[in-house]
Design a protein around this ligand. Structure first.
Ligand code: GUN
Ligand code: FE
Length: 431
């Protein structure tokens, strides 16, 4: 049987938000790429499967990056002195223009994919640029890496630099058709996702074209929503008839499910820092995923997303690195950032919204975002088998620690950037 084996080690996961599920020295069984669950002693029926014994290593479900810009990886950790609009114009658009050149794209995307592969991320929802062929090249590289990803050729026909603005809505749509047709059945683990950059960069005509494309192909959607106050004011100016920002995606049926017309468009919106109650209610009703990107929200001085409120309301939520608004591609880092910003929100904004605890943020990074990909993010029976194996002996400690302590410490101290010894994606061993 392909992709069938047993792994042994210290298994750490969150089945429910707010509760660690820890199994020292236990077995996780994978059959045909799907988990059969965690066992303290190995059931006889699995005894003949190959065994990877990882000794005293830590084993986590793979991390899910629900929002990352591949072309921006090249300038991560730089250009952190401006807010969203100026940051886009001054740094981001000039960087993204370079992906017209396939030689540059090959080099820069190669580095991005290599980094993602080496770390703890097993799945990602990725923005490329507006360039069709560089996007296809990125998809090829991601496919070869073994990771599972959604990748979007970006649509943008206004409010960007001349070189990055598509010539017209029709040309944007034409290139999007070409790209989807070329990629939708080409790869096993890499799928196209419709990617209007955000409302400021998309004319009404383009949004209408994207509605048609979505209907024709049934593919999911990713974009940005209510990230910064200046952006929201600008959207209000551009689309005065929409009562709130998210309504301008919803108007084109690019905002989750719509029971009135019987559509269900899987959608992820990054940020949602300043969403109004109405917007949040529509996201809840439509099952729209929030990609919470705390590092980016700090770096671009956008604000703090009220994640406790979204959790209490039962929204679908995952974490995103938002490289290069976020400077690190590590989702371990996003976990600790999410906890830290929630503490600041609690202290500075609203003491009714309790800070996140570690197990809640870990859940968002695994099962929370994993739900965008299906049954992903834990070792429960029936889940796709994504696992990261790490050796925390590289983080010496003077006394012996229990498994909960080791798990938290591995995340806070960035073990994903130090020592990933093995990695499995849907039961395929990629490291
Ligand atoms: N809004 C539109 N484009 C972008 C982008 O590239 N990064 C972030 N953080 N927000 C955006
Ligand atoms: Fe983003």
């Amino acid at each position: 049987m392909k992709n069938s084996f047993v792994i042994k080690g210290n298994l750490c996961q969150t089945i429910h938000a707010g509760e660690l599920d820890l199994h020292p020295n236990a077995y996780a069984v994978c059959v045909n790429g799907v988990s059969k669950g965690v066992f303290e002693t190995l059931p006889k029926e699995y005894a003949s499967l190959p065994l990877y014994d990882y000794g005293d290593a830590l084993i986590f479900p793979g991390m899910v990056d629900l929002h990352v810009h591949a072309p921006q990886y090249a300038f991560r950790g730089m250009c952190m002195d401006l807010e969203l609009k100026d940051w886009l114009n001054r740094y981001t658009f000039p960087q993204e223009e370079k992906y017209e050149n396939l030689e540059y794209a090959q080099k820069a995307y190669g580095m991005f994919v290599e980094a993602l592969k080496k770390g703890a991320t097993t799945r990602a929802s990725v923005f490329a640029t507006r360039h069709r062929y560089a996007t296809e090249l990125l998809m090829q590289l991601l496919e070869e890496s073994g990771l599972v990803s959604y990748v979007g050729k970006v649509n943008m026909d206004r409010e960007a630099s001349e070189a990055l603005t598509e010539e017209s809505a029709e040309i944007s749509a034409y290139n999007t058709f070409g790209w989807i047709n070329a990629t939708k059945d080409k790869f096993k683990n890499t799928y196209p996702i419709l990617t209007p950059r955000f409302i400021p960069c998309c004319t009404d005509k383009l949004m209408e074209e994207l509605r048609q494309i979505q209907m024709a192909y049934g593919i999911p959607v990713q974009s940005h929503l209510s990230e910064s106050k200046g952006e929201i004011d600008f959207v209000k100016f551009l689309r005065p008839d929409n009562p709130f920002y998210g309504d301008s995606y919803n108007e084109y049926d690019l905002f989750g499910k719509n029971d009135d017309i019987g559509t269900d468009v899987k959608t992820v919106m990054a940020h949602c820092v300043w969403s109004t109650d109405e917007e949040v209610e529509l996201m809840r009703k439509n099952g729209v995923f929030v990609a919470h990107c705390p590092a980016s929200n700090m770096n671009l001085t956008s604000g703090i997303a009220p994640i406790r409120k979204y959790i209490d309301l039962g929204l679908n939520i995952g974490l995103g690195s938002d490289v290069a608004g976020g400077h690190s591609d590590s989702i371990f880092r996003a976990i600790t950032d999410a906890i830290q910003v929630s503490k600041m929100y609690f202290r500075m904004v609203n003491e009714a919204d309790k800070p996140l605890v570690f197990s809640e943020a870990f859940y968002l990074a695994t099962k929370g975002g994993g739900a965008f990909f299906g049954k992903v993010g834990s070792f429960e029976e029936g889940y796709e088998f994504d696992a990261v194996v790490m050796d925390d002996s590289v983080l010496p400690h003077p006394q012996s620690l229990n498994l909960a302590e080791r798990m938290e410490r591995a995340v806070y101290l960035g073990l994903d950037e130090k020592k990933v010894t093995a990695k499995f994606v849907a039961g395929r061993k990629i490291i």
